[in-house]
Design a protein. Structure first.
Length: 110
C-alpha cells in the first residue's frame, strides 16, 4: 500500500518537531485535592452519623414531624454559631443526604 500526500505536503524533520512537556504539577495538585476532598467528605459523613445518632437518642421522642422540626431548629442554631460550623454542617448534611440508604441503616442500627 502506498501512502499519498497532498502536493503541498512537506515532511517534517526531527529537528523541526516540538515536544511539549509539563503539566505534572497540575496533575499532582489535582490528585492531592481529590484525596483531601474525599477524606474531608468521609470524616464529615462519619461525624454527621455519630452526631445524628446521639441527637436522636436524646430527642427522638414524638412523631416524625416533631422530630424533623426540632432537628432543623437545632441544625440552624448550630450553623449560625460560626462560618466553620456552617460549612461543617453543610458538608455533613449533603453527604448524609447523598448516601441516604446507608445513612438510614447506620442511624437505625445500634
Amino acid at each position: 500500500m502506498t501512502m499519498r500526500f497532498p502536493s503541498s505536503y512537506n515532511v517534517v524533520t526531527e529537528e523541526e518537531m516540538t515536544y511539549t512537556t509539563g503539566g505534572g504539577a497540575v496533575d499532582t495538585i489535582t490528585t492531592v485535592a481529590t484525596v483531601v476532598g474525599a477524606c474531608v467528605m468521609a470524616a464529615s459523613y462519619i461525624w454527621g452519623i455519630t452526631q445524628t445518632r446521639s441527637w436522636l437518642a436524646q430527642n427522638g421522642k414524638g412523631n416524625v414531624f416533631t422530630i424533623l422540626g426540632k432537628a432543623t431548629d437545632d441544625l440552624i442554631a448550630d450553623m449560625s454559631v460560626s462560618a466553620s460550623n456552617a460549612a461543617r454542617d453543610a458538608v455533613a448534611a449533603v453527604s448524609m443526604v447523598a448516601l441516604w440508604p446507608l445513612s438510614l441503616v447506620l442511624m437505625i442500627i445500634p
